[in-house]
Unconditional design. Sequence first.
Length: 279
Amino acid sequence: MKNRIMINYKRAGVRLLSLLVLLVVCACEEVVNVDLNTGEAKLVIDAEILWIKGTEGNEQTIKISRMADYYNPTPPKVSGAQVYIEDSEGNLFMFNEGDEPGTYECNNFIPQLSGSYTLTVTVGDETFKATEILMPVPEINRVEQRLINDFFEDEYEISVFYDDPLEELNFYLTDFVTDVLIYPDFELTDDEYKEGQEIKNDFSDEKLEVGTVVEIKVRGISEQFYNYMNLILETASSNPFSTPPANIRGNLVNQNTTGSYALGYFRLCEANYRSYTIE
């Protein structure tokens, strides 16, 4: 079963929408800023522990910010937080704020597949915690390309293949990053109907051409993060990794206020990375 968000929606619809937008813009000469109510500036914790196969995984980064109002394109960064991760054996990994405000770095993290980790973030008098498992991912078998016809236009499709393990319930998140897209193309996959078989994730775009470089990451993810991302991708109309809707709860629970959450999701993923150039 797959759930996928593609930034390049149906081209006919996009072209019609673009024409309508152009007409509206041309007809309106005065910019009107609406006085919008400002809601609670909730904490946003971007905490992904990503262990790329073949690397030590010791260098990890966590970013902390707050929700910005509609007219502020840059979310306020949060400095002075206390951030650390503890594994099931009691080892502590401290994340210290780097040169960039709101960015917290660790250079001695020890990743263990299927190991349990708890993240603690303290900002002022509020403490948030979340616990997750570091999920494994199978090796990438190969990456292939082919020409497809979409709406009477030929375009390149890139496919990545990997084997799903037998007798396990597995979930995957694949992203395709390329300069022809503003944001990555994401694909969620589970093995409900593919258990023990080869799984294929695809990406295509009319702007792909010979020489275009596509960077691919296949992550193993938990069922809980799969469900969270499923909701994000269903509601997102642009960047799925931007500030998530406030009504979609992650796993970062406020330890001081009952029922309060920070936005974002603490996840730990082993990942495969491939860089592919279209030929």
